[in-house]
Ligand binder design. Sequence first.
Ligand code: DPM
Length: 331
Amino acid sequence: MSESGDAAAGDSNSPKMRVIRVGTRKSELARTQTDSVVKMLLNLYPGLQFEIVAMSTTGDKILDTALSKIGEKSLFTKELEYALEKNEVDLVVHSLKDLPTVLPPAFTIGAVCKRESPYDAVIFHPKYAGQTLATLPEKSVVGTSSLRRAAQLQRKYPHLEFKSIRGNLNTRLRKLDEQQEFSAIILAAAGLQRMNWQDRIGQLLYPEECLYAVGQGALGVEVRAKDQEVLDLVRVLHDPETLLRCIAERAFLRHLEGGCSVPVAVHTVLKDGQLEDGPEDDVQRVGITARHISQGAQMAAENLGISLANLLLNKGAKRILDVARQLNDAR
Ligand code: DPM
């Protein structure tokens, strides 16, 4: 990783000299995620130089309101997309779960990296170390501002109270440890692992008790849809299994018209790992471009997500989602 500007001033037509500017949010988690993608790219292309451009987004600035209440879809992406559009950066690394299922047409997800743990994790206040959600005392307060987590866990653990907690991971852990308000908080295991805080995980929540969010645990690389050079550069980062699972999940969420304001949760497995070759195609599926990976398999994944959404809509999901949105607005 080099922050040198010299190469840009040199022969910018030579692919060897081109500096690839990588946009990221400023939080420690976002920086760590971006660094990991830049490392993978540097391994693949030792001749390239990368410059990291960090910026704050609306989601980073509004810290006192539950995410679901802010209601804007591109909370964590808008400022970064603006920089992409203005050619100030060439690619942006995001948590896939923060990327809307419909992107502005100028952008596409050029790579979906290998998924880490998609599960949610419970971190306990030091005085409850060794406990589980089931063994926490009656009326213990658990912090999460995810409606998805609160809805599933409130049902499973009616003796607990769920309250919103905002701020980046560092802030939340500090709020948990240094105050007496929360007995535990729920966070994505992947984020904790990336920050090297896996020791704090007291309990992992498997799909039987808490389904995860669409795209959770996977990183997405957003690029300009017309920038073939950068698309070609990042496409090797696609992990075929993660890609197909996330296409299915995102198609499901898009068809339900959910954003981060509705409690939609999933669990996916790829049963037949055989990916036959197919013709390369420029089509985007749920915002993702993956030309070299079987178009048939991608289409099947997308159709699966849509069929499952239709099944739930036929069973009355729309009414539930409408009520969830209203409750959100009233909070
Ligand atoms: C979205 C949600 C949350 C983030 C909603 C949800 C959690 C919000 C909260 C869409 N984005 O999951 O139901 O707890 O207040 C976010 C995290 C990660 C990506 C942090 C986390 C890291 C893990 C990953 C915030 N986005 O969920 O603990 O890469 O999936």
